[in-house]
Design a protein around this ligand. Structure first.
Ligand code: GLA
Length: 401
């Protein structure tokens, strides 16, 4: 009897882990999503132009692969057979043709829907249609599905997302499953077998740290999200990422704030989904988004989310262990004035208890590269000195010599 119980529980755990398609997101997914800038004002031309720009401006080469259509791509009703209908005015050639176009550029294509009865913008949700919708997505050659949580009263999040994950698996096409229930049901505790990423927070705004209080819904600031992510680092890793929401780089924050936002998302091993209008992007925005050294920190094969090592007077120090034995370091200045730092590597004891890593500058010397200035900053043999402007970062890569 005992043997049977053990065998059954083993089988259950294998089945649970076999639930999603494995290995689709060994590093955090990168791409573009329509929501932050366009909300439901999306169409075929915008998506095609965006794909063209991703290729022609080197963003594809930098790693941006998934083009995801968020809410607003369908009509208000399903057809008589219960199928979702792509809005014929926005997408006159249908979704499959658009996916073909994206694929012809060597990119991948994603769609949005919702676990509830209606999407957040009031279009038909998937509740009760999971297997049918999954079959359609597979037939349209979709590669990525973002799945929201509006109009889900009375639903159990784990069960609802598990059902959709199984439906995708049954449909047979490897599709990245991106859960979006805003961290309300602690998805980090149960979603690793279900999907490749889960939103850990409510929606981001292009706001550095102030929270605009209105009577209605309030977006979160970049710093609100950083604080939430600091506590859940142990749950993330290859193929199962905490998602701090899509990027707001290029959407109105100051340059140093955009740089901070991007640096911290890289430190957090976050999915990097651009959310700006690429047709109007400035050179500065393009340079931040495509910086090879910054993206390499995000995409590091170890997939460890950074640790907040110290925090004092608005100045924070974050460390991220890397696969080559090096570390990424980010000095983050949240204050409204510039702050000087002196960091004596040899005198510090940076230990990552969760991942069993230690930065021991007393016995190992690391060379230091400044990621944004590209300057060689010497080695950890002597203390690092610098000044971090208000709402900005100093972002470093330490490599074993
Ligand atoms: C929710 C999600 C957003 C976006 C919108 C679409 O608010 O969290 O990211 O998908 O719905 O309506």
């Amino acid at each position: 009897m005992k043997k049977l119980t053990v065998a059954l529980s083993l089988l259950t755990s294998v089945c649970l882990h076999a639930q999603k398609f494995d290995g689709l997101a060994l590093t955090p997914p990168m791409g573009w999503n329509s929501w932050n800038t366009f909300q439901t004002k999306i169409d075929e031309k915008l998506v095609q132009q965006t794909a063209d720009i991703i290729v022609s401006t080197g963003m594809k080469d930098a790693g941006y692969t998934y083009i995801v259509l968020d809410d607003g791509w369908m009509t208000r009703d399903r057809d008589k057979e219960g199928n979702l209908i792509p809005d014929p005015e926005k997408f006159p050639h249908g979704i499959k043709a658009l996916a073909d176009y994206i694929h012809s550029k060597g990119l991948k294509f994603g769609l949005y829907n919702c676990a509830g009865t209606l999407t957040c913008a009031g279009y038909p949700g998937t509740r009760g249609y999971e297997y049918q919708d999954a079959r359609n997505y597979a037939a349209w050659d979709v590669d990525y599905l973002k799945f929201d949580w509006c109009s889900s009263d009375g639903q159990n999040a784990k069960e609802s997302y598990t059902t959709m994950s199984k439906a995708l698996k049954k449909a047979g096409r490897p599709i990245i499953f991106s859960l979006c229930e805003w961290g309300q049901n602690k998805p980090w505790e149960w979603a690793a077998p279900v999907g490749q990423l889960w939103r850990a927070t409510g929606d981001i705004g292009a706001i550095y740290d102030t929270v605009k209080k209105t009577n209605g819904w309030n977006p979160l600031s970049v710093m609100n999200i950083v604080d939430i992510e600091a506590d859940i680092r142990k749950y993330a890793g290859p193929d199962h990422w905490n998602d701090p929401d899509m990027l707001e780089v290029g959407n109105g924050m100051k340059l140093g704030e955009d740089r901070t936002h991007f640096s911290m998302w890289c430190m957090l091993a976050a999915p990097l989904m651009m959310g700006n209008d690429l047709r109007k992007m400035t050179e500065q925005t393009h340079n931040i988004l495509t910086d090879k050294d910054a993206v390499a920190i995000d995409q590091d094969a170890l997939g460890i989310q950074a640790l907040r090592y110290s925090k004092s007077g608005g100045l924070e120090t974050w460390f991220k262990p890397l696969s080559d034995g090096g570390w990424a370091v980010c000095f983050l200045n949240r204050a409204n004035n510039a702050q000087k730092i002196t960091f004596n590597w040899k005198g510090e004891n940076v230990v990552d208890d969760i991942y069993k890593k230690q930065l021991n500058a007393a016995s190992t010397t690391y060379s230091i590269k400044n990621i944004w200035t590209k300057k060689d900053e010497g080695t950890t043999a002597k203390a690092f000195e610098g000044e971090v402007p208000a709402h900005d970062v100093i972002f470093l890569r330490l490599s074993k010599k």
